[in-house]
Structures are given as structure tokens and as C-alpha cells.
Design a protein around this ligand. Structure first.
Ligand code: SF4
Length: 423
């Protein structure tokens, strides 16, 4: 018998609250938008009321009864392709983390969707302040990206990315919900129950409110929390490290999308030497490290170089690698490259992993192997491919880059009929 109450059960709506940079709530960061209606926001609506309000109750009831949820399609689609979904990962992780009695309480059908314990895990993004403008980012998530996008708009260089134009408009109107009295009052309600906090942004180490938030939680007397900060680690402050280290488990989840120029090209204007120095500095502290590698068009043919760097420098020091296969914006996904060329690289990658896998590193790479079906997906539409070329050209011009010079492993044409070899 399954460990879970139903095949659609996900633990997240039973213990988690996730807010976008705008403060809008959704079921988790994997769920693009919430079906919460009207737009439910932190700092405007009380957590206590939202948590057992009609939407959460309905979602929980449906999940316990094996029904599907509209805003969870991303997980169901991955599962249909035989790929491990976030739903499956979260269920497994939290089943191990929670005591058997808490797990039983969560999965009890008798509660009919009411969750008596307040959220134990929160995901907060207190604004979009960021020093980088990663190519796959957007104005809601990076203030620097928003500035560049405005410059491009002012010089009439449109790449037809309408969603990004909307993001730019919205980021200008964004209310600082994280400065509202209600949010800080809600934090007092949440603090005693919290077991995990995930902070991102923007760049969380540049967002002053994150330090304020961590200090406030310490004041409220709960240190028994796992804090995970998703950071580009281009800036670190001693004060932050000192406060951060006071929690039971402090983890930096490093966003790295390649080695050297590959990372700097994607995550512009990151400087690889400085980043590497900061990473090595953190390895000398008790702070735990894991990596989020966003696999996309620009770094697809550079995965092996990245693995070699991890094996050389970090394999003994990291806990986890999250192989995040980019699907938004879709024109930057790895699928813009033709399938034969990708298949040939996957073969090379597979052979490389087989040759180098050992007890120490296989825990990171079996997760990558699990995603091979997604890496082999059919090529994107001609419109998406054209969009990729136009977007890359406009950003390259604006930033003084040339893709092929910065990332030599990138194919120079989108078709495998080109005489050039991909790697
Ligand atoms: S099923 Fe997937 S999208 Fe829905 S809450 Fe769980 S992890 Fe998030």
C-alpha cells in the first residue's frame, strides 16, 4: 500500500505557504499561479484566515480524495513522462522530516481539509532587488533586469516577449507588502510553528529585510528552523553570516549555471573569479551548501564542464544538486536545439557519468539521469527557435557579448544539418 493517502496527494498545501515577489500567494514555487480568488496577498490578507479559508480547504480535500488541482499541472505532466515531480520529492522529504504523529495528523481524512497546525514551511521573496540580470530572469524577480528591459523598450528594441512587458509594468506598481504592519504581525503568528524558511528574491543577500526577518524570528525565540537561501553569492556580509549561522540548519543554495564565462554570460554581470572566491570562503564555515543548476539552451552543451568543476572542488562539501530544467521562458529551454545533436551530447554525458561515477558523487548525478527523458524532448517550434535567436542577438548587442565567443560549446546554428560539431 502507498505511503500517501491518494495518488494526487501533495504535502505542500498542508504545511507550506509560498509568496511571489508581489506578495501573491500560490501553492508552491512550482505552481506558476494560484487559483486563489480574489488575488490573495501577504500584507493585505491575514495568514490565519487564508490558511483555512475555502481555497486551501478545497485543495486539501481534493488531494486527499485523489482529485487533480488545476494549478498543479506541472507536476502531473512530469509524472506522465516518468520524471520525478516536485510533488514526489516534497512528499518524500517531509515524510522523513516530520514526526509520525504530525504526518498522521496531516494525512487524516477526518479533518476534511482543515489544517489545525499553522504553516510550518514558508517561501518568501521580499522584493526584486538584485545585482544580476540573468538571461532567463524577469522584471518581477530582478531590479537590474527591469532596468535593462526599460532601456531596451526606450530604444524600441522589442523582442516580442509580452509576458516580460507585463512583468515590467507590474514590477513598477509592486507594493512593498513586506513592510506592512500586517505582515510583521503575521510573522509573530507563524514564528513558533516554523520548521523551514526558504528565502529568495531578487538576491536575498542584498535585500535588507531578510536580515531583519531572521533577527525577528530569533527574537521570537525559534532557532530550531532550517533556513535555506537561494543566492547568487556574489555578495556576502559578515553580519548576515553571523545571524544566519544561529539557526539549526543554515543552507546556501547556490545558483550556478556553468563554469567561468558560461556562468558570467548567463548570469550577467557576475564575475566568476569573485564568485568562486566567495564559494570557497563559505566552504570554511559551518553553513551547508547545495547547488541549483538551471539547465537551459545556453548551458546545455556545458553540463560536463560543470560536473568536472563540481567533482574537482565541491563534491565533498555539497549536499544536493537541483537540476532545474528551465521551461519558462520556453524560448530559452534546451529544446530549441535539434534533437539529434542533443541525443549525441546526452550519450557523451551518459558515458562520462558512467566513467566517473563513484559512491561520493553518484547521489548528485542519478537525479540528472532521471531527467534524461526531459532532455530528449522534441525540438521547440520554429517560432520559439526564431524567438531565441532574436532575444539572444538583442541582449548580446546591448551587453557587448557574442554567444559563440563566450560559450564556445554552443552550436552556431539551430539545425544539426550545420557542418559544425556541437561540442
Ligand atoms: S502538486 Fe506540485 S505544484 Fe502542486 S503544490 Fe505540490 S509540488 Fe506544488
Amino acid at each position: 500500500m502507498s505511503d500517501y493517502p491518494s495518488p494526487t496527494f501533495c504535502v505542500m498545501p498542508f504545511l507550506h505557504l509560498s509568496a511571489k515577489t508581489s506578495g501573491a500567494l500560490r501553492l508552491c514555487c512550482e505552481s506558476p499561479n494560484s487559483d486563489l480568488s480574489p488575488r490573495t496577498m501577504l500584507g493585505k490578507d491575514r495568514v490565519e484566515e487564508i490558511w483555512n479559508g475555502p481555497y486551501y480547504q478545497e485543495v486539501r480535500r481534493k488531494m486527499l480524495n485523489g482529485e487533480k488541482i488545476a494549478s498543479c499541472q506541472i507536476c502531473y505532466k512530469k509524472e506522465e513522462k516518468g520524471v520525478t515531480s516536485r510533488r514526489m520529492e516534497y512528499n518524500e522529504a517531509w515524510k522523513n522530516k516530520l514526526s509520525p504523529s504530525t504526518w498522521e495528523e496531516i494525512t487524516a481524512l477526518k479533518n476534511q481539509g482543515i489544517q489545525p497546525t499553522p504553516p510550518q514551511y514558508i517561501d518568501l521573496r521580499q522584493g526584486n532587488i538584485c545585482n544580476l540580470k540573468c538571461r532567463m530572469c524577469n522584471s518581477m524577480t530582478s531590479s537590474t533586469f527591469a532596468k535593462e528591459w526599460q532601456e531596451l523598450q526606450d530604444s524600441h528594441q522589442t523582442v516580442g516577449f509580452d509576458e516580460e512587458n507585463d512583468n515590467l509594468k507590474f514590477s513598477k506598481r509592486m507594493q512593498p507588502w513586506y513592510e506592512s504592519e500586517l505582515f510583521w504581525k503575521d510573522l509573530e503568528f507563524l514564528a513558533p510553528h516554523l520548521k523551514k524558511i526558504y528565502l529568495t528574491g531578487g538576491e536575498p543577500l542584498l535585500i535588507k529585510n531578510n536580515l531583519k526577518l531572521l533577527k525577528r524570528i530569533l527574537e521570537l525565540g525559534n532557532r530550531d528552523i532550517e533556513i535555506s537561501i537561494n543566492t547568487n553569492l556574489t555578495v556576502i556580509s559578515e553580519e548576515f553570516l553571523e545571524v544566519f549561522s544561529q539557526f539549526k540548519k543554515a543552507t546556501f543554495s547556490l545558483s550556478i549555471d556553468g563554469v567561468g564565462k558560461t556562468n558570467d554570460y548567463i548570469r550577467y554581470p557576475s564575475q566568476w573569479n569573485e564568485l568562486e572566491r566567495n564559494i570557497f570562503l563559505v566552504t570554511k564555515t559551518p553553513i551547508r551548501l547545495d547547488i541549483t543548476y538551471t539547465l537551459q539552451a545556453y548551458n546545455f552543451f556545458d553540463i560536463i564542464s560543470f560536473i568536472k568543476w563540481v567533482n574537482r572542488h565541491l563534491v565533498e562539501r555539497i549536499d544536493y544538486i537541483d537540476w532545474n530544467i528551465l521551461d519558462t521562458p520556453s524560448f530559452l529551454a534546451h529544446t530549441i536545439w535539434d534533437r539529434p545533436r542533443r541525443m549525441s551530447y546526452i550519450q557523451e554525458l551518459d558515458a562520462y557519468l558512467k566513467n566517473t561515477e563513484n559512491e561520493q558523487n553518484q547521489k548528485f548525478y542519478y537525479k540528472l539521469r532521471e531527467k534524461f527523458p526531459l532532455l530528449k524532448a522534441p525540438q521547440a517550434s520554429p517560432d520559439e527557435c526564431e524567438h531565441f535567436e532574436r532575444y539572444t542577438q538583442i541582449l548580446d548587442q546591448h551587453r557587448g557579448h557574442k554567444l559563440k565567443e563566450e560559450i564556445p560549446s554552443s552550436p552556431s546554428s539551430l539545425s544539426s544539418k550545420s557542418k559544425e560539431k556541437a561540442v
